[in-house]
Ligand binder design. Structure first.
Ligand code: HEC
Length: 176
């Protein structure tokens, strides 16, 4: 059964990513993006993660802010996170984002980098697997798909707003 789920999750990869890439308007060329942030945006998730020391990234938003949660939800669907993780992050074909199990840690810094770099690059940067979900598959790098760090913080705010695990594990269990 876990094997079937794994195949389903990886199978979702191709369709979800094709969808995600088709959705947002064409991003400016990488060099232009480096020189000047996109209008209305700031920095790309990769630029942000690359420039911040390990452990220092912190979500500027709070998941009690309904307007931010709402915009994060729109972005979560727009970038097709829902294609793998389900509409409310409950799991779908890939691991749930709403329970107390955090694969690499549940703090803001780790989640931001996991989504930006993907699970393989994250591990090559010294982060290691701590928790085990019922499905084990690679998380694709979404840092070239999600346009700005602000978009990613909003998405992660939406993810936090759906959390249903033990309260003490919301940002990573104390034991982790
Ligand atoms: C193609 C499927 C796919 C897509 C699309 C995808 N993910 Fe994932 N995601 C995964 C998989 C698989 C894992 C587990 C990685 C592992 O086990 O190393 C994961 C893990 C995660 C985790 C950590 C969960 C935990 O319990 O620690 C978060 C948070 C996350 N994804 C957020 C997102 C966000 C936000 C997006 C959209 C920007 C997204 N994902 C898009 C497949 C996907």
């Amino acid at each position: 059964m876990p094997r079937d789920l794994l195949i389903a999750c990886v199978g979702a990869l191709a369709s979800a990513l094709i969808y995600a890439r088709a959705q947002p308007p064409a991003a400016p060329a990488a060099s232009a993006a480096q020189a000047a942030p996109a209008a209305g945006g700031t920095t790309s998730p990769i630029q942000r993660a690359d420039s911040a020391p390990k452990g220092s990234l912190k979500n500027p938003y709070n998941d009690t802010d309904a307007a931010i949660v709402d915009s994060g939800k729109t972005l979560y669907f727009g970038y097709a996170c829902s294609g793998c993780h389900g509409g409310a992050g409950g799991g779908g074909m890939c691991p749930p984002l709403t329970d107390g199990v955090w694969i690499y840690g549940g703090d803001d810094d780790t989640l931001f980098r996991l989504v930006a770099y993907g699970s393989q690059d994250l591990q090559s940067k010294g982060y290691s697997r701590k928790g085990l979900e019922n499905i084990v598959a690679p998380m694709p790098a979404m840092g070239q798909v999600v346009k700005t760090d602000d978009d990613l913080w909003r998405i992660l705010t939406y993810v936090r707003s759906n959390y249903h695990g033990p309260p003490e594990c919301k940002s990573g269990c104390p034991a982790q």
